[in-house]
Ligand binder design. Structure first.
Ligand SMILES: NCCCC(=O)O
Length: 235
């Protein structure tokens, strides 16, 4: 099979978005996500929340999947009571994105979780989150930067072998790793910054926001894996 692989990117519904003369409910995705997918050599398809029963059918049409950043996951999803600093739940989005992740893992298509997407990947395989950490978000809406160091020998280190400075915006982090996951990068304070499935298949989560930066290598690695699966007729 030839041509650009198709990468689905989860998308959210916003009650009141304003553009032109309109203020309406909208399906939104910061443009950095599709631009990053396109710069990495793939086509981007937006995937707004739907009935989770359709997740496998959606994934069957894709060569790869990105779960985008967003609000806190409802703590009941990882067996915890909400900390007062955890944001309000987005239940329909949680259900849809967890179903997409489970479908991608079952189908064996390459998967990249970004920020919330990494946290959801961890939860999907039984992991838990720290509900609040200090120091990774400076002010509401303001992305910070900090260094991230790869763990040698991991899939992440294959794509990005050196320590890099990454754009970041989060107040939660991975606590207990889910089944089959290993940590593949850390911040200087020890926060887990990347996770991946150690077994076969290309499944990676990163805590930072590559769509806000210049470094396209992680997305290129996803697109390469998606192209390889497409060439073998696996996707
Ligand atoms: N918890 C949602 C992803 C971003 C954050 O940790 O703030």
């Amino acid at each position: 099979m030839t041509g650009r692989p198709l990468i689905g990117v989860s998308t959210y519904l916003e009650a009141g978005a304003r553009w032109g003369v309109w203020e309406l409910e909208a399906a939104l995705l910061p443009a950095g996500y599709p631009r990053l997918v396109q710069r990495a050599g793939a086509l981007a398809a937006m995937l707004p929340p739907d009935d989770p029963v359709h997740a496998a059918a959606a994934v069957a049409r894709l060569d790869g999947l990105v779960i985008a950043g967003g609000p806190d996951v409802e703590p009941v999803r990882y067996g915890a009571r909400p900390d007062p600093r955890t944001g309000p739940p987005s239940r329909a989005r949680d259900a849809w994105e967890l179903a997409l992740i489970e479908a991608a893992l079952t189908a064996g298509i390459p998967l990249l979780g970004i920020c919330r997407g990494m946290q959801l990947l961890n939860i999907a395989v039984g992991g838990t989150l720290v509900q609040h950490i200090d120091g990774h978000t400076k002010a509401p809406g303001a992305f910070g930067r900090h260094p991230v160091k790869p763990v040698p020998g991991t899939r992440y280190a294959d794509a990005v072998p050196e320590e890099t400075s990454v754009p970041t915006y989060h107040h939660q982090s991975v606590d207990r790793l889910g089944k089959g996951l290993v940590a593949s990068a850390h911040a200087a304070d020890g926060t887990v910054e990347a996770i991946e499935l150690a077994s076969a298949g290309w499944v990676l989560g990163i805590q930072w926001h590559p769509e806000m930066g210049e470094d396209v290598r992680v997305m290129r690695a996803l697109v390469r894996a998606a192209s390889a699966g497409r060439a073998q007729g696996l996707c």
